[in-house]
Each structure stands twice: as C-alpha cells, then as structure tokens.
Design a protein around this ligand. Sequence first.
Ligand SMILES: Nc1ncnc2c1ncn2[C@@H]1O[C@H](COP(=O)(O)OP(=O)(O)OP(=O)(O)O)[C@@H](O)[C@H]1O
Length: 246
Amino acid sequence: MLRIEGLTIRARDRVIVEDIGFDMAEDRVTCLIGPSGCGKTSVQKWLAGVLAPELSVEGQARRDGRGLARPDPDLAYQPQQDALFPWLTIRENACLGLGVAGLSRRAARAKVDPLFTPFGLAGCEDLFPDQLSGGMRQRAAFLRTIVQDTRYVLLDEPFSALDAVTRLTMQDWLCARLRDRPRGVLLITHDLHEATRIADRILVMSARPGRIVADIPLTIAREDRSEAALADLRTHLKTLLLEDTQ
Ligand SMILES: Nc1ncnc2c1ncn2[C@@H]1O[C@H](COP(=O)(O)OP(=O)(O)OP(=O)(O)O)[C@@H](O)[C@H]1O
C-alpha cells in the first residue's frame, strides 16, 4: 500500500496543491483527473522524487508503513514529456529501466523485444527518438515504463499523443497486462473515456489550489464496462469538472 498524507505543495507566491491524501493499493488503478494546472503532475513528480527544488512541500508518502524512498526501485514513472535519451536507440531507451534494475543487456532485450510489435514499433528498434513521430515516442516511453514490472507505476497522460484507434489499442493492452499482473497505477488523464475504462477509482481535483473534491470507486469489472454503463458516470464527472471551472 502506498499512502499519501497531508500533501501541500507551495510555490513562492501561491499554494499549488493543498492537503492531498489518498491510498494506492498495489493491485488497483487510481486515476487523477482535474482541470489543467490543478497540480496533478506536481503530485506525481513529488512521488517520483523529481519535483522542482524551489517548491516547498509538507506531507509524507509511505509505502507499506515506511517512508517512500526516492527513487524507489519498485516505482516506475512515465512523465508527460517522453524523456527519451536522444543519443540512445529506441531499444536502448526501452531497456534503460531494466538495466538500472540490474538486468543484463541480453535479459533486458528479451523482455523488451516482444513488445515492439504490439506497441506498433516493430522496425523502429534501432532508430533514434528524433526519427519517430510524437505518438511513437510516447509508446516507446510507455514501453520503457511498463516493462519494468514494478509494483507501482505513475503514468502522466501516457496516451495523449496517440490517435484515437491507437489509444484504444494501448488502453486494451494495459488492461490485459493489469489483469495478468495487477499493479498500483496512478494514472493522470484528461480523457474521461480513458479514466472510466481503466480506473478502479477516480480522484477528482479542484482548480487552484488543487484539492481532492471527489473520490469515486468504479465497482463494475473492466470487462463488463459497456458504454451505457459508463455514460452516467462520465456525465457526473463532467459536471464536477465544469462546476469547478465556473
Ligand atoms: N517549479 C515551479 N515553480 C512554480 N510553479 C510551478 C512549478 N511547477 C509547477 N508549477 C505550477 O503548478 C501548477 C500545477 O502544475 P501541474 O503541472 O502540476 O498541473 P497539472 O494539473 O498536471 O496540469 P496539466 O493538466 O495542464 O498537465 C501550475 O500552475 C504550474 O505553473
């Protein structure tokens, strides 16, 4: 269990997020939604240990009762920008986290290589990031993150650069992977379809300062979530988000 308690992040002139608290079970997808600028990315960056040093922070994160280490080898992070190293090939980039975790180059390659085809990256293995489209780079960054098989995964709008069909394909892939191998995922998205397809729980944040204003569990199993079953929930979420921006 990852527990975030009393998180307040301040810039010099204002409060970015205030008194954020929630638990992340290690087999559940928690989705963070909210208006642009409400502090979703800041929460994830803090968890990942990469928050800008000029921001001040109160609060704590505990994993299994202990203070969260940063970096935590059991927590993988995919930031909003793909953060691929331009001097490494796509395969080398994809193997990076596994290499840091101590896998040999051969073992890392054996885990990474089968994913290039389902991720639509077959034939791109030896290319460099600037030879790929934005959507392809985003899928390479997702591959690098998810292949690490950490207990916790932070995903900041991981599919935002993808076309509609590829986005659905990647969502399906993620749902299937989580069915086989549940993890604690903290997913940031602006896409309510994505949130309601994937999440076990949706946390809605308010605009400045960002606070959690709704905590909505999704009790229907992912495979049983028909469009009809989710329509009311999306309307409810839209209403919450609109109320906050008016
Ligand atoms: N280093 C910093 N110094 C000052 N303010 C910052 C810093 N980093 C982020 N902010 C501010 O904190 C607020 C929250 O930013 P953040 O990126 O966390 O929001 P977000 O909800 O993820 O936004 P989006 O949905 O647009 O990605 C923004 O107003 C941003 O300008």
